[in-house]
Ligand binder design. Structure first.
Ligand code: FES
Ligand code: FES
Length: 161
């Protein structure tokens, strides 16, 4: 199949890729750009490990082709930190111990970041819904929900971390 040129803006840097049009977004991010914080799990849109933000909204990276994201703004877990400072959601995950092996963590961070982008004060139910498509085999979900609640309560200031 003829390769295509695709431009992805990932974490505020433009990447021009020459790729097979069947390349999944998660493959483009990990294998072509080299950002391995985004995990490849099931590749059947079931586990959520590959979740990133596409134009600010949480999207599973195995559910879309990279060519469908041409010209779009992608944020991965590596892009949450700004100027060496953790984002509030990262700090909250640390404070709540919302991770164990860490395989799901990047996807959980991005799914909940997507929620907070569209709704800064989500209810517990809305938080649970936002991670419905993300599987964690270790920690359980309560500490993740508590972390998002902390951010929603305004416990962290972007510039004070
Ligand atoms: S790898 Fe994409 S949902 Fe599992
Ligand atoms: S921390 Fe291990 S899968 Fe979630």
């Amino acid at each position: 199949m003829e390769k295509k040129v695709v431009t992805l803006n990932v974490n505020d840097t433009d990447y021009e890729l020459y790729i097979n049009p069947k390349t999944l977004l998660v493959e483009a991010i990990r294998d072509h750009i080299g950002l391995t914080g985004t995990k490849r799990g099931c590749e059947t849109v079931s586990c959520g490990a590959c979740t990133v933000l596409v134009n600010g909204a949480a999207v599973k990276g195995c559910s879309v082709l990279a060519v469908q994201c041409d010209g779009m703004k992608i944020t991965t877990s590596e892009g949450l930190e700004k100027n060496g400072k953790l984002a509030p959601i990262q700090k909250a995950f640390l404070d709540e111990g919302s991770y164990q092996c860490g395989f799901c963590t990047s996807g959980m961070l991005m799914a909940t970041s997507g929620l907070l982008n569209e709704n800064a004060k989500p209810t517990k139910e809305e938080i649970k819904e936002s991670i419905e498509g993300n599987i964690c085999r270790c920690t359980g979900y309560n500490s993740i929900v508590r972390a998002v609640e902390r951010v929603a309560k305004g416990q962290y200031k972007e510039d004070s971390l």
